[in-house]
Design a protein around this ligand. Sequence first.
Ligand SMILES: [Fe+2]
Length: 190
Amino acid sequence: MTKIIGVLLEEHRNIKRLLHVLEQELNVFDHSDRPDYEILQAIIDYFQDFPEICHHPKEDMVFAKLKVREPAVAERIGDAEVEHCVETERLRNLALAVEDVLAGREFLRKDFHNVVQDFIEHQRRHMDKEENLLFPAAAKALRDEDWAEIDARMNDRKNPLFDGAVDNKFRALEKTILRWERETQANRVI
Ligand SMILES: [Fe+2]
């Protein structure tokens, strides 16, 4: 496994932790309680801040190289860049839904549920596809010089939530992630 695929997998693991928190908050909402909208906003902020700017562009570079080395394989996988644009749109819908609710604008509960659920499901499906198809295909097809070029062009800005010192704006989110993980763990033990 190349170093870059290792980095991408680690970033996926972190995204999955956030989707888990989002799912727990959705569960709270579905039971007619008030989810923690600040946490929802922090999750949206994080997605806009890191995966959009640092994670997806890396994968786009990997996909672009795969298209050069193995066009037929890339074609079978589908267009990673287009999929990332669709994910951006889903993230925007989620951000707007949370803004609407917080601003007291009318929003049907069912619609809010669907927007959040849609985001979670598609993110997971999208990552599964990358892990099962894109990454193994790239590991096979890309040459050392491709990885070196990606590495040189990669934006390796620090992950503001999962890499050592956490940015102030994500402190509460970090605590919530750990709390939900502890509670999920406790439920499993029982
Ligand atoms: Fe990804």
